[in-house]
Design a protein around this ligand. Sequence first.
Ligand code: SF4
Length: 452
Amino acid sequence: MALTGLQIQKLLPKTNCRECGSNTCMAFAMKIAAKKAEIAECPYASPEAIQVLGAASEPPVRGIALGPDRMLKLGEETVLYRHEKTFFHQTAIAINVNDTDSPGMIEETLTAVRDYRLERVGETFLIDMAAVTQKGAGMNGFATLARRAWETTGRPLVLRSESPSALNAAAIAVKGSRSVLAAATPETVDELRISAKNNDHVLAVTAPDLNSLFRCASHLRETGFHDILLEFQTSSLAEQFQTNSAIRRAALKDAAKPLGYPFLRFLRDTGDVLTIAAEAITEVDKYGGICVLPVFDPALMATLMTLRLNIYTDPQKPIQVEPKVYPIGEPGPDSPVFVTTNFSLTYFTVSGEIENSGTSAWLVVPDCEGMSVLTAWAAGKFSGASIAKFVKEVGLEKQISTREIVIPGYVAQISGELEENLPGWKVLVGPQDAADIESFVRTQKARNKRET
Ligand code: SF4
C-alpha cells in the first residue's frame, strides 16, 4: 500500500542535510510519495526505511513474466476499476490439449495456437499460450507432449497434472520456456517449488478453500519464492465472479499479500460454447491472469480478443494511428481527398468504407490525439485551421492536383474556416455516418460525369 508523505518523513533521518537535493527531509518524502524520487537518493536512510519503502512500492498484485524472453507479463495491477487509472497486463488466453486427445486433434489445436492471428484497429493479436493436461499418458508421454507443444507453438505453456513427478519431468522437458506448473496443493507445494525454481518456471497453487490457498501462498512467500499464480476452485459462474472480485479486492484494498498474485483458471469443457464463452468473458472482465480454454473456437477467440482489447486499453490513451496521408487503393494525383481523425476505430471505419466504395482516394489523418471526430472538434483538435495546417505541412498540394477535400458530415461547421485556410480548395461536406460513404462517392462520380 502506498505511503503518504508524512508516513515516509517519519522513516527519514530528519536532519535536513540536503544531500538528496531537497531542502528538507519532508520535501524529499513528498517527492517519494509522488514517485519523483527514490529512497536510495538519501545516503542516510536506515535499513528499516529502505525495507519498508521497498515493500510499500511493490504493486499490490505482483508482476509475473512468462516465456523465454519474459515478454508475456501478468499482474502489476493497482486498481479495481479501469477508470481509476488503467489495467496494465491483459488476461493471457491459452488453449488446452489433453494427452488423451487423438494425435490429429492435438496437432490441429497446437497448429491453431501457433497460426491464429487477428487484426483489429491496426494491431495483431495472437494466442498467448498453450496448456497441456495429463489425463492418461504416463510421465514420459506427458513430458514428450509438453515438449512437442513448446516446439510447435513457441509459446509458454501451462502444464497441468496431479502428479508432482510428471510435472517435474515436463518442467525439465520444457526448461527455458518459462512456463507454469499447475498446480501445487498444500501437500505438494514444497516438492513443486523446487522443480519450478530449478527449471525457472512459475508455480500455480491451488487448495480446496481460500484459507488453505492463503496459507499455501504464504508458505511459498516465506521461503522467498514469489513466482506464484493462484488457482481457485469454484463450481458456478456466480462463484467464479464473486471469488475473483473478492480476492482482487483483498489484495488491493486490504494489502493481503499472499493473495496479490495473478490468477490461473482452467475453464470446464461443458461441450457448450456459450457456457465456455460466459466463463471466459467473466475471466477477462474480472481480473483473469491466464484463462485456459478447453477448445479452440475461432468465433469465441475473436470475441475474447476484441473484449480484451477494449478492457485493457488505457482509457487515458486512446488507440491511435500515425498522423499522415494514407493512400486507400491506388490513388493518383486527381483522386478524391477525405479527412478524418487519428482515433484508430474512426480511421479503420472510414478507410474500410472508402475501400468498399471501390474508389481509390487519399485519406488525410491529422494528429487529433486519438479522439473521434466530434470529440476532437469539441476539444479544438479538429478545426479548419488545424486540418489546413496539416495539409500544408505534409506537402499534399505538391503531390496531387485535386483541390476538393471531403470533411465528415458531423463537422460541417468547419467548412468555411477550412476554405479560408486552404485557398484554392473546395470543401465538400461528406456523410455523417461512414456507412454512407459508398453512396456519397457514387453521387460525386455522377456529378463529375455530368460536369465533364
Ligand atoms: Fe533528509 Fe536524507 Fe535528504 Fe538529508 S539526504 S535531507 S537526511 S532525506
